[in-house]
Design a protein around this ligand. Structure first.
Ligand SMILES: Nc1ncnc2c1ncn2[C@@H]1O[C@H](COP(=O)(O)OP(=O)(O)OP(=O)(O)O)[C@@H](O)[C@H]1O
Ligand SMILES: [Mg+2]
Length: 265
């Protein structure tokens, strides 16, 4: 893994154009256009059922989109096989982590490197990954299924790193974790981005954490993007404060909610 991260550039690593995905008759996402530039952390914010997981599954090839196109590093990857997409340098940390419970921590990490043939470098990268999450080194011989939820999240992120990806998709890293652990995980995610230059697209319900950690954000409602901006600017928007950060001016909630609904559509 390179220790000199490339700077954030205007070149998009990932570009979605008018993507639509459905489960049978249920359209889960519609007209999704977004991009993540090289070296940045992008975030998609949305509540339960908004379509966050569907966006990530569509990018990594688990779901084929009905419409639209997806470009990764300038190449069209729309509806390609997930294993092919991983080989291009795109790793997906799924919702609920999905570590291999009966394999040790060490073997889970090796599974992350299965696309690689540089075994000396794989061993070195494993040591690097352990510096981000020292608890995993302590537990390296233990079955992954015996780790706590937070430790499994650390392992899932580490396993993704072992593929040496250019882009990591991160599905709700805060899910089921305490505020303290969520904060720790986000700090490491930012560190990974800053130190290695790994581009990251994360999806979150925890808008507070996501907006603080990310550079650029999209707000997703009912399968559509209703707002996008730099996270610094999104944090200042009244609607975001009110609906996603739980902050509001006393006495004006109903009126503002109604006004905002009108504006977003
Ligand atoms: N396998 C499936 N079959 C049918 N409908 C599905 C399936 N998976 C998701 N959906 C529907 O698609 C929509 C988007 O779901 P998705 O899982 O992408 O949302 P999400 O934003 O990730 O939600 P959460 O925050 O709860 O994880 C929802 O209406 C959901 O019910
Ligand atoms: Mg989800």
């Amino acid at each position: 893994m390179s220790s000199i991260p490339p700077p954030v550039s205007d070149m998009p690593v990932l570009k979605l154009l008018n993507v639509e995905s459905a489960y049978g008759p249920i359209k889960a996402i519609r007209g999704i256009s977004l991009q993540v530039r090289r070296g940045e952390i992008g975030a998609v914010l949305g509540s339960n059922g908004a379509g966050k997981t569907t966006i990530l599954k569509t990018i990594s090839g688990i779901i084929d989109p009905r419409k639209g196109s997806i470009e990764f590093k300038g190449q069209d990857i729309t509806a390609q096989d997930p294993s092919h997409i991983v080989q291009q340098g795109l790793s997906h940390v799924p919702e609920g982590r999905e570590v291999f419970p009966l394999l040790s921590v060490h073997d889970n990490l090796l599974m992350g490197a299965y696309t690689r043939s540089d075994s000396d470098q794989v061993a070195r990268d494993m040591e690097t990954v352990y510096t981000y999450f020292p608890i995993l080194k302590e537990r390296r011989l233990q079955d992954a299924g015996l780790l706590s939820g937070g430790q499994q999240q650390m392992l899932a992120i580490s396993r993704a790193l072992m593929a040496k990806p250019d882009l990591i998709l991160l599905d709700e890293p805060s899910l089921g974790l305490s505020p303290k652990l969520t904060k720790e995980i986000f700090e490491i995610v930012v560190r990974i981005n800053r130190e290695r230059g790994t581009t990251i697209l994360l999806v979150e319900q925890n808008a507070n954490m996501a907006l603080n950690a990310s550079d650029y954000g999209y707000v997703l409602e009912n399968g559509r993007i209703v707002m996008e901006d730099t996270c610094a600017r999104l944090r200042e928007k009244e609607d975001i404060k009110e609906f996603y950060l739980g902050l509001k001016e006393e006495g004006v909630r109903e009126e503002r909610r109604w006004k905002k609904k009108k504006n977003w559509r």
